[in-house]
Every structure is written in C-alpha cells, then in structure tokens.
Design a protein around this ligand. Structure first.
Ligand code: HEC
Length: 198
C-alpha cells in the first residue's frame, strides 16, 4: 500500500540523522501538532506529523551533518575541493584582492614581519598568493572553519602535499618557531576578517 512505502522512506530518512556527527543536535519538532487526517497503523495522527516533520528536516540536517563532519575532519589532506583554475592568470600574479585592515593587533604585526621573512616569498605580499607558486591564504578555503589554526602549525612544521592547488608541495619551513607561526596565523586571520572571511 502506498502509505506504507511512504512511512518507511520517512523512517530511513530519520535513520540518516543517527550518525555520531549529529549527536547532541537534539532537534525537536516545533509548532502545534496538525491532524492530517492520517491515522493509520494504530498510531495517533500527531505522531505521523512528527515523522513527516523529521523527514522534511532530514535533508538539510543531513547536509549540515556532512558540513560539520567535514570541518571536524582532522587531516588537511582528507578533504577534497576542486582546485581553482588559475590558468588564465599571469604566472606570479596575485590571486586575491586583499583589503588591508585599518589596524593590526600587536601580535598580528609581529606575525606580519615573520610572514614577510618566511612565507611571502611564495604566498605573496599580504598573503594574496602568487599564481603558479603558492595560494592566497586570504581565501575562503583557509577560513578558520576549514583550516583551523593547527593547519598553519602543521604546514610550517611538516610542509603540505599539494591538494587544493596545482602549485606543487609546500616544503617544511626551516628556522621558524611554533610561536612565530601562531603570530603569523593571527596576522592571516586579521587579514581574512578584513576581507569578510570568517
Ligand atoms: C616554497 C613555497 C612556500 C613557502 C615558503 C610557504 N608556503 Fe605555504 N604553501 C605553499 C603551497 C604551494 C601550498 C598549497 C598546497 C596545496 O596545493 O594545497 C601552501 C599551503 C599552505 C597552507 C595550507 C595548508 C593546508 O592544510 O592546506 C598554509 C596554512 C600555509 N601554506 C602556510 C604557510 C606559512 C605560514 C608559511 C611561512 C611560515 C608558508 N606557508 C610558506 C607554498 C609555500
């Protein structure tokens, strides 16, 4: 019977809400129960409405769960994103238009000096990137939700295997301390914020 198949689809949609990423989401259906006139299977209409509500929310929630899972994925190499195509640009051209913040915090200014000494040779002035060399760090790919501060420490310590761009690997950065990388990260975050990347 048609109704039966419908209910079982709803149930499997609800099952999709069960993965651990959504634990604690604790979603509750809202709004007054509406009697849809469907009182089958010995349960009250209200209950069916709850299931229907769940089924309707399952799709966006599953999407949200996937996003959260993506953000929590530990290894930077484990996610995939199509590398932006920069082939139309000149080699060495900046890949982002960076609006400079009106002022930087003291730590960010220390970070700026370290960045200019150790990173700008590849990542360019103001971390705007250089086509064919290294990506702009002022870019939505490197927003805190996608590349947490730890990604900067790991990048400087271990280098980075090319995965977002086609510019080759980043080698480990010699002669830099974790403290300096933290200041650099502060600097990049303030540049990102000034460019609406949060
Ligand atoms: C020799 C060139 C070079 C230098 C020097 C360099 N980088 Fe990179 N960096 C790259 C390239 C190329 C990538 C892009 C890898 C890819 O395809 O995702 C990258 C990626 C990154 C990433 C992204 C890491 C990830 O998990 O995806 C961060 C963060 C980063 N660099 C920070 C820095 C910092 C901080 C410095 C200076 C201390 C620095 N880089 C110096 C070439 C360089």
């Amino acid at each position: 019977m048609a109704g039966q198949g419908y209910i079982s689809i709803q149930n499997s949609a609800r099952d999709a809400l069960d993965p651990p990423a959504l634990e604690g989401a604790n979603w509750q259906p809202t709004g007054p129960p509406v009697d849809n006139g469907f009182h089958g299977f010995g349960q009250r209409g209200e209950r069916h409405m709850n299931k229907l509500g769940l089924a309707i929310l399952a799709v966006p929630l599953a999407g949200l769960g996937f996003l959260v899972w993506n953000m929590l994925a530990p290894a930077p190499q484990s996610h995939s994103m199509t590398p932006p195509d920069t082939s139309a640009q000149q080699p060495g051209a900046p890949l982002a238009e960076v609006t400079l913040p009106t002022e930087l915090s003291q730590n960010a200014r220390i970070g700026q000096r370290a960045f200019e000494a150790k990173c700008a040779v590849c990542h360019g002035q103001n971390a705007a990137g250089q086509n064919g060399v290294a990506p702009p760090l002022v870019h939505p790919i490197y927003r805190p939700g996608h590349h947490a501060d730890a990604a900067f420490l790991i990048a400087a310590r271990n280098g980075v295997r090319a995965h977002h761009w086609k510019f080759g690997n980043m080698p480990p950065v010699e002669g830099i301390t974790d403290g300096e990388v933290q200041m650099i990260t502060r600097y990049i975050r303030e540049l990102q914020q000034a460019n609406g990347i949060e």
